[in-house]
Every structure is written in C-alpha cells, then in structure tokens.
Design a protein. Sequence first.
Length: 251
Amino acid sequence: MGAAVLGWAQRVLFPPVCLGCPDLVTEPGTLCARCWPRLRFLERPWCSVMGTPFSVEMGDNILSAEAIAHPPPFARARSAVVYEGVARQMVQGLKFRDRTDLAPWMARWMLRAGAELIADADAVIPVPLHRSRFLARRFNQSAELGRSLARLAGLDYAPEALIRARRTRPQVGLGAREREANVRGAFRVPADRLAGVAGRRIILVDDVYTTGTTVSAAARVLKRAGARDVDVLTFARVLPGDFLPEDENPI
C-alpha cells in the first residue's frame, strides 16, 4: 500500500516526460506519439560484421562490401538506432545538455540490439574521454551508457581498463586519413589493468558509430593488450552510402 501511494505521489509531482521532447507520457522511458515514428531501429537483415542493414534478405553471415574491403579490428559492431531525428536529439541531450537520465533507457535499446554480443561477453569498457575533456564536461556519455548496459546485462564494468592518453581533435570535418592520424596512439591500457583485459571478450561501448575510426583505434589497443575478442556496441549509427541519413549536421 505504501509503495503504491509513493509511486502515485511521484507520478503526480514528477510526471514522466517523453525521451525525445518535453511532452508528458504515461510511463517513464517511453516516447510520445509524435516522437515514436521519428525513431528508426536497426533490424536484420544486416552485415554480420558491421551491423549495417541490407535492403533485402541475403542469408546468414553475409558481409557488406565495407567489411570485405576494409575488415575492422573488432569482431562485430551493432547499434540500436539510426542517428537521425529523435535518436540524434537523445544523443545530443545526453552529451551536451547533461541529460544523464537518458542513459539507462538508451542502454535498454542497446541491450536488445547487442543481444548476441552480450551473450558472448565478459566485460563492458566505454570509449574514454581525455581527462581535460572529462573535467570540462563532468561526465563521459559513453561511460554512462556502458555502466547502465553492464548493469542490465550482468557483466563486469571496467571503465579504467582503457584510457585516452592524449587529447584529440574533434573528428567532425576530418578526412579518413586525418581521422586515423588523430586517434593514432590516443588510447592505452594501463599496466595495472592488463589482467582485466587479457583473455577476455570485451564489449566496447560508445554513443555514436560514425566512421568507426575511434572504436577501431580503441579495439586495436585492447587486442594488443590480449583481449580475446572485441565487439562494438553503440546507441546510434550514421549509416554509410545509400543508407546515409538526411540529417548530416556535425555530431
């Protein structure tokens, strides 16, 4: 009885708000009728490595041209939603407007998208921020997602297993070679954390997969540190080629 009264009081005093806009909704962690159609979940069929969708069913374990031409250093990549519309608003709300309350709900969608990765994983590691950027922002959006995901999945959470050893420029506006040079040598596994990486299957978590340059650099470092496998799981994804979203403003 007491819990029911408390729950009623909370709903009256702090009514749930849509994840994508200020409109009220009936349940926490949901979208209103206006925002829901503006969210596009990534679904099969997709490339078994890159997780990019195919327009038609092509059978199991089919690779995209990207995966064949440029095999990534990670085993698999998956994302929950396409980086456009409401998903873009949620990412930017978390990243730039201190909406850390969004992270647990975003992680639930990531849990669904990364079910096959989570089934094989031992630990979750977020893509780290450089300490100067962390102090300016006060939190790491990837760490917020990774913490929530690890809790939901029942996996070890190891945010200190990977550090950003030097500050990098924003990747927006850089060409492919510039992006690679920008993150080369940026990540490191501290010596006292090697035992927590070696032989383990890692899920590397980030908020948005754009070109894959950052997560590829981080995955290489984890592999060199002895990780058995590295998979990448992000909340949103910018789709390449024919699947590129109309909204192409900088992330």
